[in-house]
Write a protein that binds this ligand. Sequence first.
Ligand SMILES: Cc1ncc(COP(=O)(O)O)c(C=O)c1O
Length: 435
Amino acid sequence: MRATTDLSAQEQFERAGHVLAGGVSASMRMNPYLGHPLYLSRGDGPYLFDLQGKRYIDFNLSNGAAILGHNHPAVRTAVEQGVEAGIIAAAEMPYHAELATQLVEIIPAAERVRFATVGTEVTVLALRIARHATGRVKYLKFDGHFHGLAEQWLYRRDTDAETVVPSSGGVPDDGGADVVMVPWNDTDAFEAAMRTHGDELAAVICEPIHFNAGCIPPAPGFLELLRSETTRHGVVLIFDEVLSGFRTALGGVQAETGITPDLTTHAKALANGMPLASLSGRRDLMETLVPTGPVAHSGTYSGHLLSVLAALATIEELRRPSVYDDLNARSQRFYNQLQGIFDRHDLPVVVQGRGGRFGMYFGRRGAVTTVADAAGHDHELNARFNRACVERGLYVHPYTRAGAPGHAGISLAHTDAVLDDALAILDDAASVVRA
Ligand SMILES: Cc1ncc(COP(=O)(O)O)c(C=O)c1O
């Protein structure tokens, strides 16, 4: 089946609207700055190609999954091996234990591993285990941290009323009573919440780098505080590394900082674009899962063969010497140069990045350390810049048109030469927006 067509993106979108709900197969495929999705025919290395064959340097990378770049030969070969084995699903094979062995070696928290299909499934499962293990129901999450679109995570803080309210239709109001919500990096608020609720919490969950609001790293000492307070109150600490995993270090933020959570989730970069998620953590907690314990989890596609083979290939690539030294050095140079471009054009934009993922805060000067800082994002200015980039062959995906900006990223396929091309486009786009 061919994916190329003569229809424009707008025409594709109108046609899709007759059969796809909202014209898209996932809400965030919509590009709110363009008014339609970017329709693609294929991806290769650091590039995407649209239906007319136009090439874009890709800074979305399958929402952060393609850490090696698209169409990586080792991942392709691995997937082909699974195709030759008959694409069998719901089957246990030696590859699962092999991949789990690697994760136990790499991820500090991982004593036992369970595979699933998507990130949302494992964040929900982590909470289920925590509730069973502690016999408690409430959980603490940080305002704006994204853990997937499951009921438990679809609440936000109404800062005016200081209450927790649903952030989606169809989510019960009273579910908010189980959620204690605190602003990220607010030590006083976290300590106060633990004083009041610490002994009734099953879990504290966080993105250890808040990439879903661009890139807001933990304030110095903040992760240490989460660790000590959860230990003191017998609360399960969950690091959701679905996005931060394999991004700044092979073992994620927990390896980089030395702060080890009780449970941790991975997906996205784990299998470089194939659907795979893992929950791992303390043996006593993980062994509460059926068949050794009473906590339910299974799925027809859990640990799908093609995805597990893709993950083994991905991790082999990521384990090569100096991968993270190179990625961190190259990305930091890029973030500094990009900040230099905005400064030279006197545009109010702050660039913040860690490893292979970054955020651009439009309408802002000075570091973004809280979600409130990020919420002031100037979407109008960002939209003009984004459209100028798309016209010139560079793609950054805006996830929403309200609140904090989304995240962008670079892969191992974004060489210095590719990043120099990108900087030329970004410079040009900045001058257009400035004018
Ligand atoms: C930190 C984090 N957790 C969980 C999820 C949900 O993962 P999935 O989209 O695979 O369900 C995401 C997805 O963006 C994420 O960034």
